[in-house]
Ligand binder design. Structure first.
Ligand code: PGA
Length: 246
């Protein structure tokens, strides 16, 4: 796995946005996998700035977001869909019909997950996916456990994961849904290129486990060791376990 340690989160975010921009210029119909959370905020800011300056045209790009809270519809202000609207979608020229999302309010979760996997397959899979990592080693909402699922699925959220997203729910962890719908390992591992971003000391142990540890379902991101085209971009704090000296 290629690990690159950046001087700052901002530098990594700018480099990530530049990489996305280059990928879109090379292939205007790029299929892009997109994360939510704190980690990609600066990337979205940079991408929006590039678009505003006329340097980036999203009109032919297709997006698939990684996950959504179970029970929340797209209009719920706490949903990941609403997050994406706020931070990215409403500021760029993506075609609405090429934006794809799991619908957390769908009546039948399994059918909704199957629908999403069919849509993704029809789009040809992900050309490029941006990922974060949870302190528990999750990617998307593929949570650590005894086994992992290949397809999109309903995932029970760990307490740690719910805590991490409490800010979307007025900092009240009790309001965070107990479950989510998420892409599975197959979509993530079959993405043609993966950029995983991790910032801050709270991610250091997970980054070390992902890069240096055994491949284990207890750290879903460790399966990225099997992928041939992954870059892990960290700041010094998240990368502190990488130089072997600390
Ligand atoms: P964060 O979440 O960006 O809010 O830290 C990352 C993740 O859980 O994948």
């Amino acid at each position: 796995m290629n690990v690159r340690v950046f001087a700052s989160e901002q530098e990594a975010a700018a480099a990530c946005a530049a990489l996305v921009a280059a990928a879109v210029r090379e292939k205007p119909s790029l299929v892009l996998g997109l994360p939510t959370g704190r980690t990609p905020l600066n990337v979205y800011r940079e991408l929006v700035a590039l678009h505003r300056h006329g340097q980036l045209d999203f009109s032919k790009v297709t997006t698939f977001n990684l996950d959504e809270f179970l029970g929340l519809g797209p209009d719920d202000p706490s949903s990941f869909r609403a997050y994406m609207e706020r931070h990215f979608f409403q500021h760029v020229n993506l075609a609405p019909e090429r934006i794809h999302f799991l619908d957390g309010s769908a009546e039948r979760a399994e059918r909704e997950c199957a629908r999403y996997d069919v849509q993704l397959a029809a789009a040809g899979g992900l050309d490029l996916v941006l990922l974060g990592i949870g302190p528990n080693g999750h990617m998307a909402f593929v949570e650590p456990g005894e086994s992992l699922q290949a397809g999109s699925h309903r995932a029970r959220l760990s307490r740690e994961s719910r805590q991490a997203v409490a800010s979307l729910f007025g900092d009240d962890v009790w309001k965070v849904p107990l479950a989510a719908l998420t892409l599975g390992m197959s979509a993530l591992l079959q993405a043609r290129r993966v950029i995983l971003l991790a910032f801050g000391v709270s991610k250091a142990a997970a980054v070390t486990a992902m890069v240096r540890g055994p491949i284990t379902t207890l750290c879903p991101a460790s399966f990225l060791q099997l992928h041939g085209n992954v870059e892990v971009w960290v700041d010094a704090e998240a990368g502190r376990g990488m130089d072997g000296s600390r």
